[in-house]
Design a protein around this ligand. Structure first.
Ligand code: ZN
Length: 219
């Protein structure tokens, strides 16, 4: 805890004074984030750092496994945050980002969550399709390759779940909303995006330089 308290002190006495004008500007107007960024709670995945963005740029949902309950499955924080992001903040770009070495994906693959972790078990129901797709489609994979495949498949499952929310579906049908599926590799810093035309995740750096990345859900 000491390191955190020291950090609070350093922010207050060193970082903030240097950026005071920026924070005053942030507070003076309504937030206008560029994207809704949905990712895992994993402490190694920091949306603002991996996208080199600033406070105010990304509206975020973080949970174990970057899951999105499909519409009607639950009325919790995720649903409320999606509705607020799309209808009130008018966010047009929705990113779902899975990551390497994801403990949630590991647990999903092992399928041995202890019975006393009722919350975790219930939460992972939103990734049941991922489990079945992986079992059917990636049966011959193991180790790292299996983990990557599961994480990527899970991103696509959650993209589908996200598109079941009426406010998102309306935006997709009018072409106002775009959804992107990402995979972030912690060790290399590489972000890959699902490319529908190629049917696979490709390095954003190689595909998107100078062009807009192609969303995977857009009609
Ligand atoms: Zn994770």
């Amino acid at each position: 805890m000491n390191k955190i308290l020291e950090g609070v002190h350093e922010f207050r006495t060193q970082v903030y004074p240097e950026q005071k004008a920026f924070y005053k500007r942030l507070a003076a107007k309504k937030q206008k984030p560029m994207a809704l960024f949905i990712t895992c709670s994993d402490s190694r995945v920091l949306p603002n750092i991996i996208t080199n963005t600033e406070p105010g740029d990304l509206f975020q949902i973080r949970n174990a496994g970057n899951l999105v309950p499909p519409y009607g499955a639950s009325l919790g924080g995720e649903v409320a945050t999606i509705e607020y992001a799309v209808t009130q903040l008018k966010i047009k770009h929705l990113i779902i980002c899975g990551h390497s070495q994801c403990g949630a994906m590991q647990a999903l693959l092992k399928n041995n969550i202890p019975d006393d972790l009722m919350g975790v078990k219930a939460w992972f129901q939103h990734a049941q399709s991922t489990r079945q797709i992986v079992r059917r489609k990636h049966a011959r994979k193991s180790g790292h390759a299996l983990h990557v495949a599961a994480t990527e498949e899970n991103v696509l499952v959650q993209v589908n779940n996200l598109s079941t929310h009426p406010c998102v579906a309306v935006g997709l049908s009018s072409g106002d909303i775009h959804i992107y599926g990402w995979y972030y590799d912690i060790a290399s810093g590489v972000i890959r995006q699902f490319d529908q035309s190629q049917g696979k995740f490709v390095d954003l750096e190689k595909t998107a330089l100078g062009t807009s990345p192609m969303p995977i859900r857009e009609w």
